[in-house]
Design a protein around this ligand. Structure first.
Ligand code: AHR
Length: 657
């Protein structure tokens, strides 16, 4: 019998056996208000991995729009006379193409762009084509979206003419309205004018006009909306290993990502050579999604921005050689980058970097409160570099909170070495990462109960349940994440931030699974883990309440029947989160203490994630395969019994007026 079928059978039998299951009494003291839960508690972590930026959240549809890839024509197919030149108008992106009359009446000149895994276009929507161009005499171009799979009359999905009539570089644009919806269209530029003419083209771009918040050159709407719907309190960016770079040269240098997009220099993506299953030298960062856009997005979605900067260590996974890193006595420019970043975010418009921000359209400060120094660093190499950063930041910006790293592992030598080092250096928060298997999640319910309450706070900055042999998104892994998160919540006095990772993945461009949100060129879907994150965030509450079973926290401990639970108060409401990781339905007595004799609490509703499809998730074709279900829940009293289904996660919403 297949595991899913076996489980279904078990599910049916055990559900009927639920009555009379083990005695689970949760004592919830609703009058004793516990630690406040930080607004930053649940958030998101963005990294350009899995084509998360170009080809993903950044809505640009043209690949290699500035001809700056090492192979200048990668992503393009040319015909006729097309020449790559390098004395263009944008200093940091000097390449462009010259299209010329091919010199024979039966020949034509033009070029096609393949986009990222094709160009996704929707019938009824509009797309803004733009190009920087110049020509000695007027040259007419035909801009087309084409269906490469069809050679008949359906080949052209839309066409527009554009005449370049300026001898100097100038931006031109036209609007395209496709007659078909296609996931893999190409964009073609066809030179119509002949008679020995030529035209120069640079920064060739195509965006949907319907972007997030309607911003020109903005973000893909469905993907940004999926972030907003998470109600994140913190937004960590831009990575991840990408902060560090494959080498120092390719580290994430935020200063290259601000100012006019045309002049943001291309960078090789740290993840470029990590696709075992596809042709890879085509993963670059255009930086169209740069630090201004990250700050703006944080503001849009109501999350505190948390930028991470390089501490002078190139990715330690990829560089064993000490010479790959910046010597400690040469760190000044890196430290200055961190200070300048704070000025960019918060400085007055009269300051150098505050002016850059203002010139980009945001004179008001972004109100930055946190900065991370280094990503997933380890060994003495890290604290010795972090120290001068901390000194300089504290001196210039004493109110900025600094996030340090505990290395790539959730425990072990580096972790044990780095945590005390972070305390010694006075980091405000320590970033912990754990991509761990089922058992780890099942056994870590009490992880934070014993942490030192006087030291730095915890930022669970990257985590996800990774089952060995099942490295893809699936319901059971998400359930264990939900169970584990009760421990984060119970310890909200010390855990101040938590972000699942990675965030995004293109179905044709991923190199890391599982991920929170998946998409192709037209559609996206939210995984079960996304719903877990969203439920925690939406029902974050304001203060922790004590919830125990036999005097102990409910954290999957011995004798607790695979149950995990936490409780919070939110004004007049109490939210009780329960994960049942056992294969049995269980009765649970919710016993509310601290009430006066005649005081009662009242059930409002319960929201549950439950499924017998343990190894399945949602998908592009079935985005609603497994989603939370709301049910009425109308018990009333000081104590009542609920039944929770096997392998499920539920939030009980209770009114305590
Ligand atoms: O999230 C993917 C990677 O995992 C991050 O870049 C890195 O910080 C960690 O190793």
């Amino acid at each position: 019998m297949k595991p899913t079928r076996l489980f279904s059978a078990l599910f049916a039998i055990l559900t009927t056996l639920s009555a009379g299951a083990a005695d689970n009494t949760f004592d919830i003291n609703i009058k004793k208000t516990g630690a406040p839960i930080q607004s930053t508690m649940y958030g998101i972590f963005f990294e350009d991995i899995n084509y998360a930026a170009d080809g993903g959240l950044y809505a640009e549809l043209v690949k290699n729009r500035s001809f700056e890839f090492p192979n200048a024509l990668q992503g393009w197919k040319i015909f006729g006379r097309v020449e790559v030149r390098d004395d263009g108008p944008f200093e940091r992106n000097p390449h462009y193409v010259r299209l010329s009359d091919p010199g024979h009446a039966h020949k034509h000149t033009g070029l096609d762009n393949e986009g990222f895994f094709g160009i996704g276009i929707k019938r009824g929507e509009t797309y803004r084509f733009s190009v920087w161009a110049r020509a000695d005499r007027p040259v007419t171009l035909r801009i087309e979206l084409v269906n490469t799979a069809s050679m008949g009359e359906n080949h052209y999905v839309c066409q527009q003419r554009l005449t370049v009539d300026s001898k100097d570089w100038k931006k031109y644009q036209v609007t395209l309205r496709p007659s078909q919806t296609l996931g893999k269209a190409n964009m073609r530029i066809f030179m119509e004018t002949r008679d020995g003419a030529s035209v120069d083209l640079e920064h060739i771009s195509l965006f949907p006009t319907d972007t997030w918040k309607g911003r020109e050159g903005g973000l893909r709407k469905d993907l940004a909306q999926a972030l907003a719907d998470l109600h994140p309190g913190i937004f960590r960016f831009p990575g991840g290993c990408i902060v560090e770079g494959t080498d120092l040269e390719t580290r994430y240098n935020w200063k290259n990502t601000v100012g006019p997009v045309e002049n943001r220099p291309l960078n090789e993506n740290r993840w470029e050579y990590t696709f075992p299953h596809r042709f890879y030298p085509d993963y670059f960062q255009s930086y169209g999604l740069g630090f201004f856009e990250f700050f703006q997005l944080s503001e849009d979605i109501g999350a505190e921005p948390l930028p991470i900067v390089s501490c002078g260590l190139a990715c330690q996974f990829q560089n064993n050689d000490i010479n790959a890193h910046v010597p400690v006595d040469q760190l000044d420019p890196y430290i200055q980058d961190a200070l300048d970043l704070i000025e960019f975010a918060n400085g007055p418009i009269t300051s150098t970097w505050g002016k850059v921000r203002a010139d980009m359209g945001h004179p008001e400060p972004f109100n930055l409160k946190y900065i991370g120094i280094g990503n997933e660093q380890w060994d003495a190499l890290y604290p010795e570099r972090l120290e001068p950063f901390i000194k300089a930041i504290r001196k210039a910006y004493p109110n900025i909170k600094i996030v340090g790293s505990s290395g790539p592992n959730s425990e072990g030598d580096q972790f044990d070495y780095l945590w005390p080092e972070m305390k010694r250096l006075g980091a405000d928060l320590v970033d912990e990462h754990f991509y761990r298997p089922y058992n780890w999640f099942l056994n870590q319910g009490t992880r934070y109960d014993g942490y030192d309450r006087k030291g730095p706070k915890v930022f669970a900055g990257e985590y996800a349940c990774h089952a060995s042999g099942r490295k893809w998104n699936h319901y059971y892994a998400s359930l264990l994440e939900a169970a584990f998160m009760t421990g984060l919540e119970r310890n909200a006095d010390i855990v101040h931030m938590a972000t699942y990772a990675p965030l995004f993945a293109h179905v044709e461009g991923w190199q890391w699974r599982p991920d929170l949100i998946w998409y192709d060129n037209l559609n996206s879907f939210r995984t079960v883990s996304w719903f877990v994150q969203q439920l925690y965030s939406q029902y974050r509450g304001q203060n922790v309440l004590t919830l125990t079973m036999g005097g102990k926290p409910v954290a999957g401990q011995e004798g607790q029947n695979g149950l995990f639970a936490s409780a919070v108060r939110d004004g007049k409401h109490i939210y009780i989160k329960v994960a049942n990781t056992s294969e049995q339905a269980q009765d649970i007595s919710l016993n509310f203490t601290g009430l006066k004799k005649k005081e009662n609490v009242k059930g409002v509703k319960r929201i549950c994630l439950k499924s017998d499809k343990l190894y399945e998730d949602n998908s592009i074709d079935t985005p609603d395969n497994i989603t939370p279900e709301e049910e009425p829940f109308d018990s009333e009293g000081q104590s009542f019994t609920v039944t929770i289904e096997p392998l499920s996660f539920c939030i009980y919403i209770i009114s305590a007026e």
